[in-house]
Design a protein around this ligand. Structure first.
Ligand SMILES: Cc1cc2nc3c(=O)[nH]c(=O)nc-3n(C[C@H](O)[C@H](O)[C@H](O)COP(=O)(O)OP(=O)(O)OC[C@H]3O[C@@H](n4cnc5c(N)ncnc54)[C@H](O)[C@@H]3O)c2cc1C
Ligand code: SF4
Length: 573
């Protein structure tokens, strides 16, 4: 039996970036909000003087405990999926702030092309350009409609960036709130090389603050110290924008927000038309609670947003055989590969200093910024160089042909520890009928719920794209004039073991048509008007950029939708 709690207007499941944004904005408007987070509370003090690579980067101290809950994976539906028992391809967040605590802070906006990908592709190349089985669809919103929300997120987080960007990326209504990060000698080398080749480099938009900044909510944060312990770590200075230092203090101050940590939501209660609340388990005592609410917001990252819908039997599950149904559809990832590594025998860089989003990129080969007429792939990749800070355990770059162990390996890895640079693409991932999320029939989590099962592989489209991008990264690296270059231009099958990217998307996608999407452009569920499913689960495909800028913009848009719903009810579009 679950203990029934007093009803509240809004309950949020998951207190990462999106849970935090929605809690802050609604509580500022006077709405009472309860935030349920399965992990523990956190504060900046937790990271004072803790640059411990083994604990955080290698042993994943801030990530979800996979012995309690994980996902299962297979490449095709003919295979039996197995659980991910140790971390590899992506890292899942847990605890107050979610992955927003240990992210890098690279804060891009998706391209105007992304939001209208189907229409724009057909308009330029004709319908035949889209291969059979590729489920490209427009997002039900345009870049221009989302632009004010992009800015809102950037303003709250204090994103640092270059005011003059190339017209190849979406037009900005206002300059970045803070100046760009420092242009280090490495970035200057990339800038010079790419400009010489006729490309359009610009500084990576950064959630690591370039200067002290006070946001419109009155939150003041310090400038980044370029400590290099950013990705996988919390920031001891509060310089990296994360939910705990930006939006959650605002929610707390209103007196309208109640955080309940150690609260794992296991079910969304509903009658098939509307939700009435959620059931959660206290992860310390094992007690069950029912939290009734007028509005339920799922902000529990891609996998748990979709899993909660499926286990709660809310929405129509996707069937990959017929292509019918929507929940679990359009799972996409990020296509990495095609990088060029330069070994500079006669140079020494300062690679151990850096920041999560210290870098430069060119958009020339992302989206539809280049002609795809004679290419066997759609979309593309952002090509970048970044100086995130090498870490002593993880960093062992050696030229091709070096043994992978022993005295020669040690000698070479010491020699090249501080003079190796990499230019890499971050490739888009497009949706296919046979890539999807559903419930695993065999494996369950510690609370008895089926695990989320991923069925995904790279396609020829991805292989062609990586081959093309490798030719570009090699061209840029040659221009940077290293002693020798190593290029990886082949993409094998998707392998869940090596780390690639925590940019999983899809499964509860947005759109203008209820038969092909789960949520509308305010992230309100078509099948349950008082449920909002926020996060990258709403992306119909993944772009060649990191997702959180776009995820944050969509969260601010969802706030407007929730506020409208609380006022008048019904579908808000
Ligand atoms: C190492 C790393 C580096 C990254 N770098 C970048 C970057 O540079 N740029 C970028 O754009 N993105 C980056 N990302 C991705 C970025 O962190 C995510 O896009 C963002 O944090 C997603 O926010 P979210 O609120 O949707 O989910 P999360 O941050 O995952 O938060 C979801 C929260 O929900 C909680 N939760 C889940 N299930 C339940 C449940 N059943 N009940 C209660 N609570 C639940 C979780 O514990 C978690 O706290 C990175 C991610 C990682 C892991
Ligand atoms: S690099 Fe900057 S933002 Fe990142 S953890 Fe260090 S001080 Fe913080």
């Amino acid at each position: 039996m679950a203990t029934k709690m007093p009803k509240v207007p809004v309950v949020i499941v998951g207190m990462g970036w999106l849970g935090g944004i929605i809690a802050a904005e609604l509580s500022k408007q006077g709405v009472k909000v309860v935030g349920l987070e399965r992990g523990k509370p956190r504060a900046t003090e937790d990271y004072y003087m803790v640059h411990d690579e083994l604990r955080y980067a290698m042993r994943y101290d801030l990530m979800q405990d996979l012995s309690k809950e994980t996902i299962t994976f297979r490449n095709t539906s003919k295979m039996t999926a197995l659980p991910m028992r140790s971390y590899g391809s992506f890292l899942l967040g847990e605890g107050l702030g979610g992955s927003g605590i240990h992210w890098n802070g690279q804060t891009f906006r998706f391209l105007p092309y992304d939001f209208e990908i189907h229409s724009k592709t057909v308009e330029r190349y004709g319908k035949k350009k889209i291969p059979d089985g590729m489920l490209l669809q427009d997002w039900g919103i345009t870049y221009d409609e989302l632009e004010p929300y992009f800015y809102k997120f950037e303003e709250v987080a204090g994103i640092s960036g270059e005011q003059e960007q190339t017209p190849m990326v979406g037009k900005r209504s206002k300059p970045f709130p803070t100046k760009p990060m420092l242009k280090t000698p490495i970035l200057k080398m990339f800038e010079d090389a790419t400009k010489k080749l006729g490309y359009h480099p610009y500084m990576m938009p950064s959630a690591n603050l370039s200067e002290q900044y006070t946001n419109p909510d009155g939150i003041t944060r310090a400038a980044c110290q370029y400590c290099g312990y950013c990705e996988r770590f919390g920031c001891e200075y509060g310089a990296k924008a994360d939910p705990v230092v930006t939006v959650l203090p605002v929610a707390n101050k209103t007196g309208n927000f109640e955080l309940r940590p150690y609260s794992n939501v296991v079910e969304v209660l509903h009658d098939g038309k509307k939700a009435s609340g959620v059931v959660y388990v206290n992860t310390v005592t094992g007690e069950r609670y029912e939290q009734p609410a007028d509005v339920v917001i799922l902000a529990s990252y891609v996998f748990n947003n979709v899993r909660l819908l499926l286990t709660s039997k809310l929405g129509k599950p996707y069937d990959p055989k017929t292509g019918k149904g929507v929940v679990g559809k359009n799972y996409c990832y990020q296509t990495n590969g095609g990088s060029a590594t330069g070994f500079f025998d006669d140079k020494e860089f300062n690679l151990y200093a850096g920041a999560g989003s210290l870098g430069m990129e060119i958009p020339d080969f992302n989206g539809d910024n280049f002609d795809h007429t004679n290419l066997n792939f759609l979309h593309g990749a952002g090509i970048r160089i970044s100086q995130t800070g090498q870490r002593p355990i993880a960093t062992n770059p050696v030229p091709k042909g070096t043994p992978t162990w022993g005295a020669e390996f040690k000698k070479q890895s010491l020699k090249y520890a501080n003079n190796t640079l990499t230019v890499s693409p971050q490739g888009s991932s497009l949706p296919w009928q046979h890539h999807y999320l559903d419930l695993d029939p065999t494996f369950k989590d510690a609370y008895g719920l089926p695990l989320m099962r991923i069925t995904f592989d790279f396609e020829d489209q991805d292989r062609e794209m990586i081959k093309f991008m490798a030719s570009k990264t090699e061209e840029i690296m040659k221009e940077m004039n290293p002693t020798s270059i190593g290029v990886s231009n082949k993409l094998g099958p998707y392998n869940i073991v090596p780390y690639q990217s925590t940019h999983n998307t899809g499964g509860a996608i947005m759109g203008a048509d209820p038969s092909t999407s789960v949520v509308n452009s305010y992230l309100q569920m078509w099948d349950a008007e008082n449920v909002f499913v926020v996060g990258a689960s709403a992306f119909p495909h993944n772009s060649g950029y990191n997702p959180t800028g776009t995820v944050g913009a969509l969260a601010y848009r969802a706030v407007d939708g929730i506020a409208k719903y609380l006022k008048s009810g019904g579908m808000v579009v």
